[in-house]
Design a protein around this ligand. Sequence first.
Ligand code: NAD
Length: 473
Amino acid sequence: MAIDSRRIESIVAEVLERLGTETPPGRGAGTAPLGVHADLDQAVAAARSAFAAYDQTPLATRQAIIASIRETLAAQYRTLAELAVEETGLGRVEDKILKNQLVTERTPGTEDLEPIAWTGDHGFTLAERAPYGPIAVITPVTNPSETIINNAISMIAGGNTVVLCPHPNARKISNLTVDLMNRAARRAGAPQPLVHSIDQPTIDVAKALLHYKGIRLNVVTGGPGVVKEALAAGKKAITAGPGNPPSVVDETADLEKAGRDLVMGASLDNNIICTDEKEIIAVALIVDRLKEALAKGGAVVLPPHHTDALRRLVLEKENGPRKHAVINRKFVGKNADVILKEAGIPCDPSKRLAVCEVDQDHPFLWTEMMMPVLPLTKVRNVDEGIDLALEVEHGFRHTASMHSRNIEKLSKMARLCDCSIFVKNGPNAAGLGWGGEGPTSFTIASPSGEGMTTARSFTRFRRCTLVDAFRIV
Ligand code: NAD
């Protein structure tokens, strides 16, 4: 879909107008986005001033702010989803609605900040989670509003404020999200806007933010470049980097269910979510039956000559067998039928996913393609499958999954893959709390080790000891 700036501007204006009644005097007719600044120095200064005021705010106000943010965003899922698709050209509106709902409802608030108490002969010690202050945040184009909602709720719950540099190609959707959250927070008693962003984000601004003097914590979500830059800044960094999640299917799996789960998981938002299944590794004995189940689940399973045509279309440069290829970004996050049609392959628009059977050296297996084109390769047995899965995951330790009824092999792969998320017998989305238990996160910090980040990830432990007193027994 072509980017239509006028349409984006009109959606933004419409949403702001609806909410504009609480705009403070001097801010125009409600259309000046709240917390969006012309330059980085202004954004950091505002986040610092907001932190000084927010730090004096009672916990009950923090909780009311988060409740108000959830309520405000709940009324805007469709607007956020449509605007993101329109501005970035990535993904599917109906899936983005669910993603926005997931982060709004399932990102934990202050309840995540459990204190710890120790008592004994020498009295009482209490450890509590304290904020860092303003946190520097960089967000991706693939989940623009979702990452901001998820990060900001968690960081605000932890008592912090936020300075954000969003992806330049998601500037408008990101800054609309910032505006909506700040307005909601103000309605619930926030002394100042808590999330501060840049009107014209660029990679240079992102770099300057990561190196900004006096900001103690960097939190980045994106590919290898931003992770490297955050680590080079010489301060604490929570880094959520790339993945290439393999899914192993063995001969004991419920194949009908595996087929359904794989189509649902791998096609979510056209495969741009970092946790989406990026390749299937199946035991040879069941490959044909699995392909039937995938087709029944809504995928189109391509013959070899179509796979070759697709390879020529979506890869810009190959780097040899078992190597990450360079993808043609034009096809990232597009619908399966759109990609296939461009390769000259007719496809019903109702099909959400194209599955290609490939050999083990094929670049589709080794490349994070972020499009609804899922390679499937066969192995002689499940142990060979687990070994190959570890290799194609490239040691990111991000996400992996397995469909099997063999407890021993499920445990073996769970342990060996050493990932932040491992899903057994479900779509990978279940590991995000989407049809699975537990809280959600859209910043899965594998390189720095926090895994699914929540409020507690953005806090420092502080401890206070009262000597020889305060026991009640
Ligand atoms: P990207 O790396 O191109 O951009 C991410 C952000 O980093 C953007 O805001 C961009 O402006 C900034 N950036 C990029 N290079 C930078 C540099 N050298 N210095 C400073 N800032 C820089 O990624 P993307 O296309 O927006 O998102 C997709 C990638 O992010 C995929 O690799 C995906 O796996 C990963 N991702 C990971 C997670 C996770 O939780 N681990 C979540 C979402 C996306």
